[in-house]
Design a protein around this ligand. Structure first.
Ligand SMILES: *Cc1c(COP(=O)(O)O)cnc(C)c1O
Length: 458
């Protein structure tokens, strides 16, 4: 399978290029030139597979030219060995909520599902090429910990993680800063997640720096993240006997819900993809009105969704514009020149065929957590709560699968506030409180961060 850029279809890349570069050289996002589309008998066959075999089948469509299927299967099996759910993910019925728990990996958020596989793919690509790879990641809390867990101690790799100082939960920070690994560097940036993400994107666009440090990235703009996330949409839909269902997805950078959209394009029977946002509702605004206008990110109870520049949305633009790279180029130029763009009525209509969006504010997030605990004796994390709220708002819980994106322990202060309950540390994190934290605090200044990285690696 070959890839091109959302801003230029004349460029041509292999999966390995796409994996190692993260961002296309013209600033666009990588996207496959063609998707595998399953017919109903193929879907039937897939529905009998266990999770790791299903993952092998689906992911190999996207990378078979660079990783053979047998090898891929072993990488995937190894990636999910440490998960505390036998089938990697767990589907639960809680009252009339169908919850797909995606947080059984080592750092208790859905990001582990892609990141653990990605860590093993790095090993694979790196074994041929001995040059040290420096991975630079921006995180709103969970990507960083998942990346560190997947990459810590790996040979020929350094990981630099940028998180917004004081804007992530204590547990999120501790998971990252207590790892005590020689190849992991944590940097708290005095700014927002959007600032962190911008620094990483700007570094990618500086050819000289990128090549000098042999830079790579694992942010959700990396296509490899998306392909690992497509799998659980198939897995969950199959459990509902292919009845057309909705998925409600706590959304920030639009990676997870975009994976659902790709699953639908590949032939899976999905009705609506429900985008749940918190107070940072840029995606709700663009889906309802067509205006994409990033605001200042506001801190909320669901920090991993405190994002205003929702990077993967560019991929959807490419799809709904009929794969018109020039249209995407124009919109993205407008965004950087004027600070916003506006979609046509026709384009909004195309988006609305597959998506709807709901905003769940801080107050509602807490009351959903409280209500679910009181009535159903189940503790939701604040991100998952936004998706429960969104599915409820459109009055459709029974035919909707809610993606549970994080374990409540990661947000125990918010859980306590909403429900009055304490959350016991899951086995993965039982010793975290006793470990020493290590991180540096830097200004929101790309030059300072580049110098920091250069000092550490030379
Ligand atoms: C990252 C994250 C999200 C948002 O996912 P996107 O792919 O960025 O839309 C939601 N919930 C949790 C817990 C997360 O860590």
């Amino acid at each position: 399978m070959k890839y091109f850029s959302t801003r230029n279809k004349n460029l041509n890349f292999s999966f390995k290029d796409v994996f190692l570069r993260g961002l296309a050289p013209d600033g666009g996002l990588f996207i496959p030139q063609k998707l595998k589309i399953y017919n109903s008998s193929e879907l039937k066959e897939l529905s009998d597979l266990k999770y790791t075999d299903l993952a092998t089948e689906i992911i190999s469509n996207f990378c078979a030219s660079d990783i053979d299927k047998k090898k891929l299967k072993t990488l995937i099996e190894k990636a999910y060995k440490g998960f505390d759910s036998k089938d990697v993910v767990t589907i639960k019925k809680i009252g009339n909520i169908n919850l797909l728990e995606l947080y059984h990996g080592p750092t208790l958020a859905f990001k582990d599902i892609a990141m653990q596989v990605i860590g093993n793919i790095y090993n694979e690509f790196n074994s041929e090429n001995k040059k040290i790879i420096n991975i630079i990641v921006a995180t709103s809390g969970d990507t960083g910990s998942a990346a560190i867990s997947a990459l810590s101690g790996k040979p020929n790799i350094n990981v630099f993680v940028l998180h917004p100082h004081n804007k992530i939960s204590n547990i999120q920070r501790k998971i990252m800063t207590t790892i005590g690994s020689r190849n992991v560097y944590n940097i708290a940036i005095k700014g927002s997640f959007d600032d962190c993400q911008k620094i990483v994107k700007d570094m990618f666009n500086e050819n000289e720096f990128r090549e000098k440090i042999n830079m790579s990235g694992v942010n959700s703009i990396n296509w490899a993240r998306i392909i690992c996330q497509i799998v659980y949409y198939f897995y969950a839909a199959f459990k509902f006997n292919n009845k057309k269902i909705n998925f409600a997805v706590p959304t920030g950078n639009f990676g997870d819900v975009y994976a659902g959209y790709i699953a639908k394009k590949m032939g899976l029977g999905i009705d609506k993809l429900i985008v749940a946002t918190n107070e940072n509702d840029i995606l709700k605004r663009v889906i309802d009105t067509g205006e994409y206008k990033p605001d200042q990110a506001k801190p909320s109870f669901s920090p991993s969704m405190d994002i205003q520049v929702s990077s993967n949305f560019e991929r959807l633009l490419f799809n709904i514009a009929g794969e018109d790279d020039k249209r995407v180029f124009l919109l993205m130029n407008e965004l950087s020149a004027k600070g916003f763009f506006k979609l046509s009525r026709e384009e909004i209509g195309i988006i609305k065929k597959d998506f709807c969006a709901e905003k769940i504010n801080n107050k509602d997030t807490l009351s959903i957590m409280e209500e679910v605990e009181k009535k159903l004796n189940f503790i939701l994390d604040p991100h998952t709560a936004t998706a429960v709220g969104a599915a409820k708002k459109i009055n459709n819980l029974s035919s909707t699968v809610v993606l549970g994106t994080a374990h409540p322990y990661k947000f125990l202060e918010t859980v306590k506030m909403a429900t009055g309950k304490d959350v016991q540390p899951p086995i993965q994190l039982s010793k975290i409180e006793d470990k020493e934290e290590k991180y540096d605090i830097l200004e929101n200044d790309i030059l300072k961060i580049k110098n920091y990285i250069l000092e550490k690696i030379i």
